[in-house]
Design a protein around this ligand. Sequence first.
Ligand code: B12
Length: 219
Amino acid sequence: MVEGKILEDIKERFLEFDSDETKRLVKRAVDELHIDPLDVVEKALRPAMGVVGEKFEEGEFFLSELIVSGQLFKEIMSEIIEPRLSVGEAGRRLGTVVIGTVKGDLHDIGKNIVATMLRIAGFEVIDLGVDVPAEKFVEAVEKYRPDILGMSALLTTVIDEIKHVIDALKSKGLRDKVKIVVGGAAVTESFAKEVGADGYGKDAVEAVRVCKKLLGLKD
Ligand code: B12
């Protein structure tokens, strides 16, 4: 009850871009009400971002609102959420994951959350950043020999990049040496299957689950 109310309040303040009040409420939720920081992300902040996206699509918000909300989300992650997540299982080495946002796409908030959650779960994560061309993904697979390659795509216009990367890996004889996991707002489970990815994650929790599963590790 209390949890639902504060998560709703966080969402509302976030959508007013009230930085100080949103941060105060997020701190209260995790430190005083002991709500799981990841629940604050998935049940309040991410849905709020979804509303920002809808309002942008409807013409009520403009690019400036996308930028401001992206910045606020990042600040909350680095100042409040991440420092409170880094305890727990960290330190185990379950495997190596190379991750990046595909070429043409600059969205990285979701990809960064996935990278953080994988690190906390015990994976070594090599983050290639955003706007990553196929050649760079291939080079990284050759160099680091990761167990898993993760690709993020939020724009429907760049979705074919995932296929380009998979084709490039095939032509170098590397496709069978790495498991491929994909996600991001533009990706669906059926698209993942269609392009021959090994796994799909709709959020960071699923991302960790699917990576563990692909390596035969217990959840
Ligand atoms: C913030 C934002 C921006 C910010 C991004 C800041 C940043 N550093 O990331 C800025 C201002 C840069 C931006 C720019 C643009 N954006 Co924008 N943006 C958004 C918005 C509102 C939120 C995205 C977000 O961060 N969500 C929160 C995170 C936590 O969620 P998430 O990304 O989905 O990630 C989760 C899962 O998807 C999953 N996941 C993510 N990656 C991966 C990877 C793997 C391997 C796995 C397993 C899982 C996984 O786990 C994550 C955590 O739970 C979305 C709306 C939306 N609903 O997505 C639009 C949206 C993605 N943007 C959109 C558009 C159109 C643009 C622009 C073209 C606008 C313009 N006219 O310039 C530009 C494109 C720039 C570019 N070349 O990339 C459209 C895309 C439409 C489409 N169908 O393609 C959207 C959907 C808005 C809309 N509804 O119209 N944007």
